[in-house]
Design a protein around this ligand. Structure first.
Ligand SMILES: Nc1ncnc2c1ncn2[C@@H]1O[C@H](COP(=O)(O)OP(=O)(O)OP(=O)(O)O)[C@@H](O)[C@H]1O
Length: 317
């Protein structure tokens, strides 16, 4: 378990992490979500004692990282996969880590097997691809057989096979009862992996919720309709007491309506429909709306580049 209480980090005038209070629990994958610059890496660095909080507190299984005996047996982390001495083999890199952290050498072969690097174990890591480096970083995180694992943007730069592998690994670690804390700036990625979500923006907590609740609260469903007899259809829907919103491109949207009901109404009134389709707003849109106010660097996008439905909290670039 990781417990943050009022955790705060300032760099001069800049508040990178602002009174964060939440708990990361065992047995589930907790996604740590926020736009670029939200404070995710800074938070993770404070959890590992690499940065000192300006205020507040963070504990790992009730203890500060600095006071853990053999910390790698409590928490394993992947923060920066490139932080490896390129002249060493994967085997030697892990062996050094094991020996300096009171971990049996037998774990080296085990974790290399887990991450699929056994065949290249004796090769120097400077020849490794990005994906292989990422796997080595994960092997190092798993070396102490820790109860808690923490990964900072682990799927960044990976190919689809690597992404699939990391997703399954995180789920199986959680299924073993471990605490799994993983950061991302992509809601779509978290939707496939995380059971619980902690969302931050500009260092502040925006949501701490189960994935299921987030989906329930944010997946707006509606029916999209296109008809060459648009005005006539609008009249018929209004008469039936159905609220219609005029969306762009001549389409209509009905929030609380069933396609069957709308289709039957149209048929009864001899109205031609070119489209009648149930739609689900994407979680990515919900995440962007949640964090829109807190995004540090807006892209300069013209109206055509802005996803539909972005609108609500958008302040403009
Ligand atoms: N050493 C530092 N000195 C000054 N400012 C810093 C330092 N480290 C981070 N920051 C600032 O703190 C804020 C949070 O940065 P952080 O890297 O934690 O965000 P992040 O959510 O991990 O972003 P990303 O997804 O881009 O990695 C940013 O505005 C960043 O510029």
């Amino acid at each position: 378990m990781i417990e943050l209480a009022g955790l705060t980090k300032r760099y001069g005038d800049k508040v990178a992490v602002d009174h964060l209070t939440f708990t990361v629990r065992p047995g589930v994958v907790t996604g740590f979500l926020g736009p670029n610059g939200a404070g995710k890496s800074t938070t993770m660095r404070m959890i590992l004692g690499l940065d000192h909080p300006t205020a507040g507190d963070v504990r790992i299984d009730g203890t500060h990282y600095d006071r853990l005996k053999d910390p790698l047996t409590y928490i394993g982390a992947l923060l920066d996969a490139k932080a490896v001495h390129g002249g060493r083999s994967a085997w030697n890199h892990l062996l050094c880590l094991a020996q300096s952290n009171g971990i049996p050498s037998s774990r080296v072969a085990e974790v290399l097997e887990t991450v699929g690097l056994t065949a290249v174990a004796r090769k120097k890591t400077k020849g490794f691809s990005y994906g292989m480096g990422q796997r080595l970083g994960i092997a190092a995180a798993l070396l102490g057989d820790p109860r808690i694992v923490m990964f900072d943007e682990p799927v960044n730069g990976l190919d689809p096979e690597g992404i699939h592998w990391i997703r399954n690994l995180m789920k199986s670690l959680a299924a073993q009862g471990r605490t799994v804390f993983v950061s991302s700036h992509l809601m779509s990625e978290m939707a496939l992996t995380a059971d619980h979500l902690v969302v931050i923006g500009q260092g502040r907590l925006l949501a701490d919720t189960s994935m299921a609740d987030f989906v329930r609260a944010n997946s707006r469903s509606y029916v999209r309709i296109r008809s060459p007899q648009r005005e006539r259809l609008l009249d018929v829907l209004h008469q039936a007491g159905i609220t219609v919103v005029e969306a762009g491109g001549g389409t209509l949207e009905v929030a609380a309506g069933k396609p069957e009901q709308i289709g039957e109404l149209a048929a009864r009134n001899g109205i031609v429909l070119h489209e009648l389709s149930p739609q689900q707003a994407s979680l990515e849109e919900a995440f962007m709306q949640l964090t829109a106010e807190a995004v540090e660097y807006h892209a300069h996008a013209g109206p055509a580049a802005v996803p539909q439905g972005w609108g609500a909290g958008w302040k403009g670039a």
